[in-house]
Design a protein around this ligand. Sequence first.
Ligand code: FPP
Length: 227
Amino acid sequence: MSNLARHVAIIMDGNGRWAQERGLKRVKGHERGAETVRSITTFASNHPEVEVLTLYAFSTENWKRPKMEVDFLMRLLNRYLKNETETYIRHQIRFETIGDLSRFSPALQKQIASMKERTRDFKRLTQVLALNYGSQDEISRAAARLCNEGREICVRTLEEELESAKFGPVDILIRTGGDQRLSNFLLWQSAYAELFFTHTLWPDFTPEELESIIGEFKRRTRRFGGI
Ligand code: FPP
């Protein structure tokens, strides 16, 4: 039986370079990147196997960027959620997040909560945005909670505590933009993920390329530590 592409996770990299190559400001790359988020999410919702699409939209390290870029990303996310609500409803996409939202503005937190509420019963695809997310932070906070409650720390209990665990293990992990690293993204859930690195910059990433990656994934042999 061939591999099932149930959970696809993507590190969306290369927005800044996409813009700079065109003599544009970096934020223009994020703007185009948001359009790619829409097209890839819509494609995934129509794919027969993909049930979960997790996208790394803002890491715990991204706060280090210039304030103007961080502010732009916050406004872009707010605008995206507002404008795309109907798309999510039309394609029956449930919207979810992982990460610590408490650092976002009350208005953005409200927008996120409202999108989750309006889409919570949809089953065609769950799109998970990783926002102010970092895997080490997620794992250490889960361990601290277990410790405080005097519970055993083992694979099973940790999995119960991890925010990302409810979306299941990652089957395909893609990074666009040419770098080959995981940047603290879904480290636990990607223990047995198949990794794909493409030089395509995120704004240029297409459903066709995702389809071709899924095709290659199906040809790979997954052993999960067995032989
Ligand atoms: C990495 O590109 C991208 C980000 C840090 C942000 C991701 C944001 C988007 C794809 C757009 C907004 C998202 C949503 C959900 C509306 P980079 O800036 O690090 O690119 P570079 O490596 O070329 O500098």
